[in-house]
Design a protein around this ligand. Structure first.
Ligand SMILES: Cc1cc2nc3c(=O)[nH]c(=O)nc-3n(C[C@H](O)[C@H](O)[C@H](O)COP(=O)(O)O)c2cc1C
Ligand code: SF4
Ligand code: SF4
Length: 428
């Protein structure tokens, strides 16, 4: 696809936080937004925005060559060590990127960690404004610096990223100070680690934040690849085991919940950028339907580069057309009012039934621990049954309708039938 076609394919305009975006898709702050060349590739691929890698002033207090691992089997990415960048370097990336960027809005992702407190934050934000940034983003989310140290029971002597982002007052103070002095839009990227992301978002909006980004990632233990040698680090070129920052597709259900909670508490006017586990256009649709205005992506750009975007947007546009949506913003919040609580769910009543002609008698459904309804019985002449001529059958008087058997059966034998009219209580 040539450049002009790509530009046309990725055009899906919307306005968020006072900014006109070419499309809602943002490359999140991380290892794929660290150089001018990366910004060039991002812009060529037609992304709506790029958030420059976390920039710490004065000096990043933890910054090492990166150590990543992509756990294909778990659809999970982990990072332990990571290089953060210095202010002058980030300002140069911003300034140069702004000279050529066509579709891509350029944002900072900043943390001040020096003795000047709020003045330091303001200084950084203003420096990016002068460098031409389309907006600033406060990093109130990184779980892998001071927060990691705290979780492991040590005294970090620093308080950045997720350590700040779980404290509504700290977040509000920085937002207020930056908004008073800087005139470009302000994003605040929040962590779910404090268990209060919606409340912290509320404090940020009240203090003047234009957009809240929901980081998605969690700090957790990576899998131990060889349990015979549990002290060996799961991360290559790293001597010790450690907590890791967990991202990628496994994260999506939790990330959707974060965005949903922010939307629910802060109402339809609040602008949200949702991150976490996005890997195709269907994920983007879900994220927007659960409350996001903008969709942020990091891990997928580490694995697939930047060029896939137009293909996903073409499929998304086809979806919009199929459902007669005039713009992507019409998808926003669609699922939010339909989410029921545990106490208001409406359950349907039915019992499982085995279509004997499909049953191969594999007995996979027999050990289900919570089920007292399935037994193997002599089949009635169907070809597929096992060597002993047995097939599975459900006793409808014992079936609770839980549906586990549907998910386990390799040949999709199960279907629903009405509950017998004379059934009373189920014994288990
Ligand atoms: C290696 C790595 C480095 C990251 N660095 C930053 C960062 O510097 N600043 C930031 O706000 N988020 C950072 N993130 C978080 C991502 O921007 C994103 O919010 C998160 O990974 C969830 O989205 P994903 O599942 O698409 O990766 C980083 C993520 C990864 C994987
Ligand atoms: S629906 Fe649940 S209870 Fe019913 S047969 Fe299947 S596993 Fe057993
Ligand atoms: S899992 Fe499916 S195919 Fe196997 S015995 Fe049960 S119903 Fe038959």
């Amino acid at each position: 696809m040539n450049n002009i076609d790509r530009l046309e394919a990725t055009y899906l305009p919307l306005k968020v936080g006072g900014i006109d975006f070419y499309n809602p898709f943002c490359v999140g702050s991380g290892p794929t937004v660290k150089t001018v060349d990366m910004i060039r590739k991002i812009d060529r691929a037609g992304w709506g925005a790029a958030f420059i890698k976390l920039t710490i002033d004065p000096e990043p207090y933890i910054s090492n060559e990166p150590r990543y691992r992509w756990w294909k089997k778990y659809k999970m990415h982990t990072f332990t060590a990571e290089k953060r960048i210095k202010l002058d370097e980030a300002l140069r990336i911003c300034e140069q990127g702004k000279k050529f960027a066509r579709t891509t809005k350029i944002f900072s992702n900043i943390t001040y960690d020096g003795p000047d407190g709020l003045d330091g934050w303001v200084r950084m934000a203003k420096a990016f404004e002068e460098a031409g940034a389309d907006g600033n983003e406060l990093n109130m989310c990184c779980p892998n610096m001071s927060y990691n140290v705290e979780v492991c029971g040590e005294d970090s002597r620093h308080c950045t990223g997720a350590s700040m982002g779980k404290n509504p007052q700290m977040v509000a103070d920085v937002v207020k100070a930056v908004k008073e002095e800087s005139s470009i839009p302000l994003f605040v990227k929040l962590t779910p680690e404090g268990g209060n992301i919606a409340e912290v978002a509320q404090a940020a909006y009240r203090a003047g934040a234009d957009v809240v980004s929901s980081v998605g990632n969690r700090l957790g233990m990576p899998p131990i690849p060889d349990i015979e040698n549990p002290l060996a680090s799961p991360i290559r070129l790293q001597k010790n085991p450690s907590l890791t920052d967990l991202t990628g597709p496994w994260l999506k259900p939790l990330a959707l919940r974060d965005v949903y909670e922010i939307r629910l508490l802060n109402g339809s006017q609040a602008a949200i950028c949702g991150y976490g586990g996005m890997s195709n256009w269907k994920d983007y649709v879900e994220m927007i339907m659960f409350g996001a205005d903008l969709v942020g992506i990091c891990t997928d750009t580490m694995i697939r580069g930047y060029d896939f975007l137009y293909k996903e947007i073409i499929l998304l546009k086809e979806y919009l057309e199929r459902h007669n949506y005039q713009s992507v913003t019409e998808l926003r919040d669609l699922l939010v009012p339909h989410i029921r609580t545990a106490q208001t769910l409406e359950l349907e009543q039915a019992v499982a039934y085995v279509m004997e002609e499909k049953c191969i008698g594999c007995e996979v459904c027999i050990p289900i621990g919570h089920c007292y309804a399935i037994e193997m019985v002599k089949g009635e002449g169907w070809k597929g049954r096992n060597k002993k001529g047995m097939v599975a059958r459900v006793n409808p008087y014992n079936c609770t309708g839980c549906s586990t058997c549907f998910d386990l059966c390799p040949t999709d034998c199960f279907e629903w039938k009405p509950v017998p009219a004379d059934r009373r209580d189920i014994p288990v």
